[in-house]
Design a protein around this ligand. Structure first.
Ligand SMILES: [Zn+2]
Ligand SMILES: [Zn+2]
Ligand SMILES: [Zn+2]
Length: 459
């Protein structure tokens, strides 16, 4: 139930003489739950005469501010902006698979794989496995050992799909929490080393040096990080072979999908990254887990380009909160027992705070990234030549919105090259009042599923 305070706010807004203008601002944010407030002005000046051609100021806007979308990718913070991010990510992943947005259709003929690089085991966890539609016992062992903490290392339960214990260790005291958060912290570096090893290995199979390889083959990537239920990240990646100038050029005949799969397996097993010894902590060498999945992406096969693009886009809007941690930074002085956390994520966070305080591990910034269970990398990344960029998609949308603003008379049709644009903007806050939040939900409904039409065509 909305509070009386919220309802009073809603009624005031509805009676505001500037309501229509406010509603139009809100529609423009696409239903953003936490819009950014900007205060400022833009003047278009004729450089030859100094004449002011057009002025816009937020002084005449409702509340004297312009509301713009927060653009977060995280669905827990703003479903509407996360949906835009997801749709954009889908478009750019898909363009790299089937063409569009400046990538030629011929890219479909290039060898392309979907690879999943996992983390190693840090201890036995409750799992749900299915075989031919039947759920198997979690971890049934007839002669199960008893751990030093008195836990029998066996679980015969057939866990439900949303059983909260999934991903949690059979014995938390045996679980390698330090290894888990250090893996998260080092995984971006491990990924970087993997891509270098992959290039080296493809060159080696082709009998080329790395420099010679660059004249024949480009290896393009798009990847997302996904949290497994145990709170450790793994990566899903689209890996594609192109000719020397990226997707517009054909790779040589020797650079096949089989060769790529072989090189991916080799590179994943070859790379490692070390963490230094610190007080009470041994030095470690971290590697990818042995579970490595590579599948060829085809137009008609089991793994279609659409499924892959949808899959990657889905994970691009998720963060660690899906494993039960917090969606904001944690202060080392916070009382973790005061948060509604299960034991497993709380222990992972505690481990980040403990290791983060050690000088030798300070570079990993584990305290700042405790809420992400140690991972501080980007959620979705791609190599330069994979396809278009999120920035270009956003620019296309901005152009569309500008066009709309011009047709509604809010911006003059001026050539940016000839008019002098003087603008000044300042941050004036963020978010919605409780009354406004109710109205925004009513005005914009559920997060929209279609991105705004993009200029530039393509699929
Ligand atoms: Zn938003
Ligand atoms: Zn179990
Ligand atoms: Zn134990």
């Amino acid at each position: 139930m909305p509070s009386t305070h919220a309802v009073a706010g809603l009624i005031t807004r509805l009676h505001d003489p500037q309501y229509a203008r406010w509603a139009s601002q809100i529609r423009r944010t696409g239903g953003c739950r936490q819009p950014i407030h900007l205060r400022g002005h833009v003047h278009h000046i004729d450089p030859a005469t100094g004449q002011r051609l057009h002025s816009y100021t937020t002084a005449t806007e409702p509340d004297g501010i312009l509301r713009v979308p927060c653009k977060t990718r995280r669905a827990t913070r703003c479903p509407a902006c996360a949906e835009t991010y997801r749709a954009d990510t889908y478009q750019l992943i898909r363009a790299g698979l089937v063409g569009g947005k400046g990538v030629p259709d011929s890219v479909t003929a290039h060898p392309c794989l979907f690879a999943t690089l996992t983390a190693p085991s840090f201890g036995t966890v409750h799992t749900r496995r299915e075989k031919n539609g039947t759920v198997l016992p979690c971890h049934a062992r007839r002669d199960a050992a008893t751990c030093p903490h008195g836990t029998v290392m066996s679980c015969t339960a057939r866990h439900g799909a949303d059983d909260p214990c999934l991903g949690e260790p059979l014995c938390p005291d045996c679980y390698d929490y330090a290894g888990s958060v250090l893996f998260n912290a080092m995984s971006p570096e491990l990924w970087r080393r993997f891509t270098l090893a992959l290039r080296r290995h493809v060159a080696k199979i082709g009998g080329l040096t790395l420099r010679e390889l660059r004249d024949q083959v480009t290896i393009s990537f798009a990847k997302v990080a996904e949290y497994q239920r145990r709170g450790v990240v793994h990566f899903h990646a689209v890996i594609r072979l192109d000719g020397p100038d990226g997707p517009t050029t054909t790779p040589p005949a020797w650079a096949t999908a089989d060769l790529l799969a072989d090189a991916v397996r080799h590179a994943a097993s070859a790379v490692a990254v070390a963490t230094p010894a610190a007080a009470g902590e041994p030095a470690r060498v971290l590697r990818w887990g042995t579970q490595l999945d590579t599948r060829e992406i085809t137009i008609n096969g089991d793994l279609t380009e659409q499924a892959v693009a949808a899959y990657i886009a889905k994970y691009a809007t998720k963060a660690a909160e899906c494993v039960g941690t917090l969606d904001r930074r944690i202060n080392p002085l916070d009382d973790l027992t005061a948060f509604d956390l299960r034991d497993h994520p709380r222990r992972l966070i505690t481990e980040c705070l403990r290791l983060g305080a050690l000088d030798e591990l300070a570079d990993l910034r584990l305290i700042q990234w405790a809420h992400m269970l140690g991972f501080r990398g980007h959620f979705s990344t791609k190599s330069r030549r994979y396809s278009t960029t999120l920035g270009k998609l956003r620019a296309a949308r901005a152009t569309f919105i500008r066009g709309e603003a011009i047709t509604t008379g809010r911006l003059p049709i001026l050539d940016e090259d000839t008019a002098l644009v003087i603008s000044h903007w300042e941050y004036a806050g963020k978010g919605l009042s409780t009354g406004d939040a109710l109205l925004v939900a009513a005005l914009t409904g559920a997060p929209r599923t279609d991105p705004l039409p993009l200029s530039g065509g393509g699929s």
